[in-house]
Design a protein around this ligand. Structure first.
Ligand SMILES: [Zn+2]
Length: 385
């Protein structure tokens, strides 16, 4: 099967992040079996989802992991011109479907090359690692990467995470985490604002503190010019309905905030400092209302940033495979930092433009799929000598 044929099969499985992915996993597994490739599963607790990994080539240390995620984002409410779960070729070199770019195009190229990988005289192995639930917080990658380490006696050296970069090598990625903060204040007549504690007022103080913290980091020189913007961002994007009427003091307020860190900042440090400020507010407000409380929990797992130093071997390798000298960074979340944490030298490089991802009429161009296939052919060649 060609990459385009495989892609049209893969996009027909409308598996969203959070949903069972057994249907698409089974299809991929049968493709591997057809080509004589044994695979392993890393299931979730109730068995409704599973990651897949396999190794093609000799059982020796080294080699490279090709990594992708099988889930996609929803299409609901988006003005699609085509059926999002049917690969549509309208003759403009673009292949339209949900997931064509993010990131079933990459998986399709990898699967189409499996017969060539099997037939090649590989000196070091090529691994495939396919996860689920990437789109709702890179949930499955840590267990998948850990299973690759524990399952095989030999250790892979490199990983390419095939997120859309227009086939340009990306060596840096911001991390992301989302927190939920709930403030518990005291209700009362609004005339008693000096006796009660308004949860909304205290939440407002906390949200402004977050913005000031971001600005402080910038002022302290915590910048990394490789990223746009070149600093960690901290932002509150959602407040739950808080309070019941303009003339009633709100006894509860909840807001969500995201932190997108450059590699030199750590989200846990920011959280720790935020919690210290919350403790100060608690101390102060409990004089008026003893049950005053601020609670913060993780609402989206802490996905680490990627920062692959240029002196690592994976950098010249990916330059050679893509024929591109320029290294880029990306500001979206991906599983690359999680693969790097396990010890694999990791880069992000895949077909399609991230600008097409997550929106109506998502597409990948045939030219991009071809250059991904060319990279994989080069990889096989490189590993065969
Ligand atoms: Zn993706």
């Amino acid at each position: 099967m060609t990459a385009v044929e495989i892609l049209s099969k893969l996009v027909s499985f409308p598996v969203l992040g959070g949903q069972s992915n057994i249907s698409i996993a089974e299809w991929i597994e049968s493709h591997l079996t057809t080509h004589g490739v044994a695979f392993c599963n890393v299931p979730n607790e109730d068995g409704s989802k599973r990651s897949i990994h396999c190794r093609i080539g000799p059982a020796v240390d080294g080699g490279l992991i090709l990594s992708g995620h099988m889930d996609v984002v929803p299409t609901e409410g988006q003005p699609w011109e085509t059926n999002p779960f049917e690969l549509t070729d309208v003759g403009d070199d673009k292949l339209y479907a949900r997931g064509s770019c993010d990131m079933k195009g990459f998986i399709a190229c990898c699967l189409a090359m499996v017969p060539e990988m099997v037939a090649a005289d590989l000196k070091v192995p090529i691994y495939l690692a396919l996860s689920y639930d990437e789109e709702i917080g890179c949930i499955a990658a840590p267990a998948l990467a850990a299973d690759i380490v524990s399952h095989y006696s030999e250790v892979p050296k490199f990983a390419i995470i095939g997120e859309a970069t227009m086939m340009r090598p990306a060596v840096g990625q911001k991390g992301i985490v989302i927190y939920k903060t709930t403030v518990n204040g005291s209700a009362g007549h609004s005339s008693r604002i000096k006796q009660e504690v308004s949860a909304i007022n205290e939440a407002a103080r906390l949200i402004l503190w977050l913005e000031e913290k971001m600005n402080r980091l910038i002022d302290e020189g915590q910048v990394d010019e490789r990223f746009v913007p070149p600093h960690t961002t901290i932002h509150c994007g959602l407040m739950e309905k808080s309070g019941i009427a303009p003339n009633v003091i709100a006894d509860s307020a909840t807001f969500y905030w995201d932190v997108r860190v450059i590699p030199k900042d750590k989200s846990v440090d920011i959280l720790e400092e935020f919690r210290a400020y919350c403790a100060e507010l608690e101390l102060e407000n409990r004089k008026r209302f003893p049950d005053f409380k601020v609670e913060t929990t993780e609402d989206h797992p802490d996905v680490p940033p990627l920062d692959t130093p240029e002196q690592l071997e994976v950098v010249p390798l990916i330059k050679k495979l893509t024929g591109k000298e320029e290294l880029i960074t990306v500001s979206y979340a991906a599983e690359a930092g999680q693969f790097a944490e396990v010890g694999f030298q990791s880069v992000i490089c895949g077909p399609g433009d991230i600008a097409q991802a997550h929106r109506a009429d998502e597409f990948v161009s045939k030219a991009q799929l071809e250059s991904c296939t060319a990279m994989l052919k080069k990889l096989i060649e490189e590993f065969s000598v």
